[in-house]
Write a protein that binds this ligand. Structure first.
Ligand code: AMP
Ligand code: GLY
Length: 422
């Protein structure tokens, strides 16, 4: 079988790695991939927003299944396009992808289907937004509606922060917009909850906790994610059931009833858990990054079998088996990230590392040139360790990071601090 994976991050390297484990799979193409996927797949240097070109390549090479990693092509309708062209594709269609593509779409669905979430208002101009802020208590959260690469959320401590957020959003910092959201600030502990759905059946696909802030102690600017651990310390059967009954199932019902669509793919609920009750913060219509790199090493069932069953709407026929081990990931980034940073810095000694069982290195922003590996992005490498304790998993990672020679990189040493007693 030939499999194509769309994307170039750590998530896609981990997907490639998991798919590669199947004897069924004899060729993987990665669009466009990175220096890590280069070792196990053929990287195809193709603009992934050019759906026609993708379709042509997929047909020319007779690729059997396409897996879409990132949100942008999903929100832009890649699944609808490829399906129309009779290609088997794993991921939600454009309507279902609005769960991530428009925060206002999701909030309205929450309101109509009684899904617990922060109270909110939708505003369509600067004056009305600021009027509302003048009457409000802080902290409050101001959000751009559309995709913003994790940057469209402002936690506002006072009126000034709020005004600044409103102006930046309406000035078009995240693209032209006619609306924004102002939300109540939720307190509690966050948890990422994943399911996989074939449109009819759903199965849980693990939990995780990521660390979004750049600095140790969870301070500083927001990033795409500096590390994660799985499972979340909050996970238990009672909470899982509440999340499914109060959040996931009503959402899927809402999609069916209001939009006549099913959800096929990974659905990632970003939740706040307060006194044992889940509240939806946001949806993503894909696996998380770095949560995917952290969760997949715990999956014992072959990923491609799961994906095939999902596409064929037979997810109920497959049993998902998970290891009980504790998995932790640390992301090594270019110095300066999430602000400006230098690319093209050579990373030495990576190829000299012999990974043991339970040790993984997934590339993100890397490229290969003349057999040498160079940085090519903000988040560059993901180190993952799996063991019987989060502490040991983190020790495994530290020893891996110490083996490489890359002075322009940095990473957080406190990933998992809530689950590791020093
Ligand atoms: P999002 O991109 O919507 O996941 O938001 C990014 C981060 O902002 C979340 O992971 C939370 O830490 C925080 N956040 C977003 N909305 C809220 C809220 N209503 N209350 C508290 N924190 C929030
Ligand atoms: N780690 C957060 C995300 O994938 O959106």
């Amino acid at each position: 079988m030939k499999v194509g994976i769309i994307g170039s991050g750590g998530r896609e390297h981990a997907l490639c790695y998991a798919v590669k484990k199947s004897k069924k799979v004899n060729k993987i193409y990665c669009f466009p991939g990175n220096a890590g996927t280069h070792n196990i797949a053929e990287n195809v240097d193709l603009d992934i927003s050019d759906f026609e070109a993708l379709n042509e390549f997929i047909n020319k090479k007779n690729i059997d299944i396409i897996i879409v990693g990132p949100e942008k092509p999903l929100v832009d309708g890649i699944v609808d396009f490829l399906k129309k062209n009779k290609i088997k594709v794993f991921g939600p269609n454009q309507t279902a992808s609005k769960l991530e593509g428009s925060k206002i779409f999701t909030k309205n669905l929450c309101k109509e289907f009684d899904i617990p979430t922060a109270n909110f208002g939708v505003f369509n101009n600067v004056d009305e937004s600021i009027d509302f802020l003048n009457k409000s208590k802080f902290p409050l959260v101001v959000k751009a509606d559309g995709l913003a690469a994790g940057k469209g959320v402002y936690i506002c401590e006072n009126k000034n922060d709020g005004e600044n957020a409103v102006k930046e959003i309406f000035d078009g910092k995240f693209g032209k917009t006619s609306e924004l959201l102002i939300e109540e600030f939720l307190t509690g502990e966050e948890m990422s909850f994943f399911i996989i759905s074939d449109g009819v059946n759903i199965k849980q696909f693990g939990t995780a906790q990521d660390h979004k802030r750049v600095g140790e102690g969870d301070v500083g600017l927001n990033t795409g994610g500096m590390g994660a651990y799985s499972p979340s310390r909050l996970e238990n059967d009672k909470l899982n059931k509440k999340i499914l009954d109060k959040i996931i199932l009503p959402t899927l019902k809402g999609l069916r009833e209001n939009y006549k669509t099913n959800f096929l793919g990974f659905l990632y609920a970003g939740l706040m858990i307060k006194e044992g009750e889940p509240y939806l913060i946001e949806y993503n219509v894909r696996m998380g990054d770095p949560e995917c790199q952290t969760i997949l090493p715990r999956l014992e069932t072959n990923l491609i079998d799961i994906i095939e069953a999902t596409i064929d709407q037979k997810l109920d026929k497959i049993n998902l088996s998970w290891s009980n081990e504790k998995s932790l990931s640390i992301v090594q980034c270019s110095k300066g990230y999430p602000g400006p940073y230098e690319n093209n810095q050579e990373i030495k000694n990576l190829d000299k590392i012999n990974l043991k069982m339970n040790e993984y290195i997934f590339h993100a922003g890397t490229k290969i040139d003349n057999s040498k590996i160079f940085s090519n992005g903000g988040r560059v490498l993901n180190f993952v360790g799996k063991s019987n304790s989060f502490k040991e998993s983190r020790e495994i990672i530290f020893s891996l990071i110490n083996k490489i020679d890359w002075r322009k990189g940095f990473y957080r040493k406190d990933i998992g601090h809530k689950v590791i007693d020093i």
